[in-house]
Design a protein around this ligand. Structure first.
Ligand code: GLN
Length: 286
């Protein structure tokens, strides 16, 4: 079968089974080692037998066993970088790229050219912490996670991508309680335990990375309460959160930082997705 025929037949199968066609392209690209443009260029060529067998096996898992394509290829794209992922870590999401982008903008606005101590709480694959260290060499980045499995993924990503992050194992802020930071960023587990979750997510991604207590706010309370001991006088904090939680998170933040500038931004889908808590610095991301 040619590349073109394989792609067409697999995309049809995907559509017939309510799966995204793009998954087939990612699988084919990962197996052949060709990007989309190269696949197009080689489309009339026959697939190697071994590639075809590998592809069919992964396609089966993608379509009939409900596996996320990123765990099958072992790769997820984030902020222009390719991160390795497995089922020990959350698959990086595009919304989180916006959180990183806003933190970088706030840094540029307020601290450009200066060293900044930064902490990422619950780093998972390391997508936030590693990207920050790659994009801004002046950031001295520390990252925590409770899961050793996730930290293994994060450490190998950091090595592969050439980042510089100090990874510490422990619950939330516990491993950094003796340090002080200019910037805190976190995309903690935030799905309420009572919420009905898509089986593609619930059956595959680690529960410890998904659920945030009955109201989805459990980890924000812990982080904000403990942050008062580790943030410098002037600081910037940024959190990703559920689309309907901004008011509650702003209220929790205000209870610990009555004098801070607290505001929420929307994601590309127009949903309230990230809240910033800033003291002593300017905000220009609004
Ligand atoms: N910080 C990681 C990410 O944004 C992991 C988040 C999590 O596991 N909740 O993908």
């Amino acid at each position: 079968m040619t590349i073109e025929e394989k792609l067409k037949s697999s995309c049809k199968l995907a559509l017939d089974n309510n799966k995204e066609e793009s998954g087939c392209l990612f699988l084919l690209s990962s197996i052949t080692g060709w990007n989309t443009a190269e696949l197009y260029f080689h489309q009339a060529e026959s697939m190697k037998k071994e590639d075809e067998e590998k592809f069919d096996a992964l396609l089966h898992q993608y379509i009939y066993e409900n596996k996320p394509v990123q765990y099958l290829t072992g790769e997820a794209f984030f902020y222009g970088y390719t991160f390795n992922v497995n089922d020990n870590c959350l698959i990086p999401r595009p919304e989180t790229e916006q959180l990183v982008e806003n933190i970088l903008m706030l840094y540029d606005r307020n601290m450009k050219g200066q060293k900044a101590d930064v902490v990422d709480i619950g780093t998972g694959s390391g997508c936030i912490s590693i990207t920050l260290s790659l994009e801004e060499a002046n950031m001295n980045v520390t990252a925590t996670d409770i899961s050793e499995g996730a930290l293994d993924v994060a450490r190998s990503n950091c090595k592969k991508l050439g980042g510089k992050v100090n990874f510490l194992q422990g619950d939330m802020l516990q491993p950094v309680m003796d340090k002080k930071f200019d910037i805190l960023v976190s995309n903690p587990p935030y799905i309420p335990t009572t919420e009905v979750v898509d089986s593609l997510v619930k059956d595959n991604e680690p529960n410890v990375a998904l659920f945030g207590g009955n109201d989805g706010l459990y980890f924000y309370r812990i982080i904000l309460e403990n942050s008062v001991k580790i943030m410098k006088d002037k600081f910037i904090m940024g959190f990703e959160h559920g689309y309907d939680k901004s008011r509650e998170i702003e209220d929790i933040a205000r209870s610990f930082y009555p004098d801070a500038n607290i505001y929420t931004l929307k994601d590309y889908q127009g949903l309230d997705r990230m809240t910033f808590v800033i003291r002593g610095y300017k905000n220009d991301t609004k």
